[in-house]
Design a binder for this molecule. Sequence first.
Ligand code: COA
Length: 98
Amino acid sequence: MGAATATVLGEALNVEYLARNSASRAAEERPVGQTLLDAAESLAAGFRLLWVTLEALDEPGLIAYYERRGFVRAAPPLFDAAWGTLHPMKRSVSSRPP
Ligand SMILES: CC(C)(COP(=O)(O)OP(=O)(O)OC[C@H]1O[C@@H](n2cnc3c(N)ncnc32)[C@H](O)[C@@H]1OP(=O)(O)O)[C@@H](O)C(=O)NCCC(=O)NCCS
């Protein structure tokens, strides 16, 4: 399937790592990334947090992927020595994508 890690940061659950196991894609019947993001939101709601946050890699398609799932820009892009340009994004725990 895939994997995600997250940490509580203030009033947010920050998703630090999100990835589908590409080798298993053919066998998947459900959307892996979406399922992991839903799990993050459920966890955040359980902790009574306000936000799910993440730092998207600098790929237009990936940013659009998160925007389709209700994430918005949270801050200007930042630069990480290991990952390059990153785009902070957030989604309200109470909001659902259309
Ligand atoms: C990002 C990721 C976890 C999404 O997982 P997924 O299981 O492929 O996505 P979902 O099943 O939730 O959604 C699938 C849809 O999103 C699209 N999509 C997924 N990843 C995308 C990407 N990087 N760019 C553009 N579109 C993407 C698919 O094309 C598909 O579109 P469709 O419904 O029109 O066919 C996965 O692509 C991945 O592991 N990417 C590599 C690691 C990565 O970039 N992680 C995020 C770091 S911020």
